[in-house]
Design a protein around this ligand. Structure first.
Ligand SMILES: Cc1ncc(COP(=O)(O)O)c(C=O)c1O
Length: 354
């Protein structure tokens, strides 16, 4: 049976790119399979630094630091940047790794309603003066709705209230911006001091996380972020794969164009069919169902036909907003997409969606 994976967050299809696979194999031959220690002890390879320099160039920052996962990047960074006596203000739909980083920091944590700038301003007006340092943190592309954070307005508020601004570009890297560098590039905010976190595990088809920003900030994180300091470094093939993926992304810009064309094709097809799909600028298409059991039933019917799309239910999303979270890839062919649309139509008809 043909199989089409719409659950993957690997939007570029780079996990299977020949150059990416060859780079990983070559790194194993040259350096072995493991790094053997943490970066600050024995696990620091030239490759790690090369990837960090490569990421900094891609993101338009002075430097970058690589963590073992995106989760660890958020955990380590938020908890290193703020502590007791500081304030962290976080969008209510931010990723769990940000939430956990906020909790771990022991700073005062305030949550603002999703993308609600007036609410954020109220919190800053009420709380900022009493705190030493302040961090505003947001997802760049929100993982469940696929919508984009209002980064320019967030930056204005950060500047007005002398706060740091951090963006989690896990779902924006390799997706948004002319070269796929994420939300900062998308909004033309390079050089404005925004702390850019991301993961290597989605569009870049490898694994690991990173933070890109000013050199002093990155140096500080290398010496303060506990999830960086106290964990064995990523293995050489993973690092080499991520670096090759960045090269491919840069040298094959059609991947980015193709990704957005595929998203639009699938979105239009589903909409015309009668499904309630949310418009998106990212690679995440939420197909709203409402009832959790209906969402599971639709996901199961699609799985029978080899189309794998996860049903997202409470507590991941609020009650009554269960949905299918469709993630499109650049490597989906027109035949893949048409075949998936046919499966959606049949499943939708069977379950009485239209
Ligand atoms: C928005 C966001 N941030 C962070 C992460 C964590 O990244 P990783 O899977 O590399 O730990 C994810 C991934 O699932 C995510 O969706």
């Amino acid at each position: 049976m043909k199989c089409c994976f719409f659950l993957q967050t690997i939007t570029s299809g780079l996990t299977n790119h020949p150059r990416v696979k060859a780079a990983a194999i070559e790194a194993i031959e040259k350096w072995g399979t493991g790094s053997g220690g943490s970066r600050l002890t024995t696990g620091n390879f030239r490759l790690h630094r090369q990837l960090e320099e490569r990421l900094a160039r891609f993101k338009g920052t002075e430097d970058a630091v690589v963590f073992n996962t995106g989760y660890m990047a958020n955990l380590g960074t938020v908890s290193a940047l703020v502590t007791r006596g500081d304030l962290v203000v976080s969008d209510e739909l931010n990723h769990a790794s940000i939430i956990d980083g906020c909790r771990l920091s022991r700073a005062t944590v305030k949550v603002y309603r999703h993308k609600d700038l007036a609410h954020l301003r109220n919190i800053l007006s009420a709380e900022r003066a009493a705190c030493r340092r302040c961090l505003i943190v947001t997802d760049g592309v929100f993982s469940m709705d696929g919508d984009v954070a209002p980064l320019p307005e967030l930056l204005d508020l950060a500047e007005e209230f002398q706060a740091l601004l951090m963006v989690d570009d896990a779902h924006a890297t390799g997706v948004l911006g002319k070269k796929g560098a994420g939300t900062v590039e998308y909004f033309g905010l390079e050089g404005r001091g925004i702390i850019q976190m991301g993961t290597l595990s989605k569009a870049l088809g490898a694994e690991g996380g990173y933070v890109a920003g000013d050199a002093a900030l990155i140096d500080y994180l290398r010496n303060r972020a506990r999830s960086f300091i106290f964990s064995t470094a990523l293995s050489p093939p993973v690092i080499a794969a991520a670096m090759a993926a960045l090269d491919v992304l840069e040298e094959e810009p059609h991947l980015l164009t193709q990704l957005h064309a595929n998203v639009q094709f699938l979105y239009q097809g589903l909409k015309e069919m009668g499904f309630q799909v949310l418009p998106t600028e990212s690679a995440v298409i939420p197909l709203m169902v409402g009832d959790a059991r209906q969402a599971l039933a639709l996901s199961a019917k699609l799985a029978e036909r080899g189309v794998l799309v996860p049903a997202i239910r409470p507590p991941t999303v609020p009650e009554g907003t269960s949905r299918l979270r469709i993630t499109v890839m650049a490597t989906h062919t027109p035949e893949d997409l048409q075949w998936a649309l046919d499966a959606f139509r049949q499943a939708g008809e069977r379950l009485g969606f239209f």
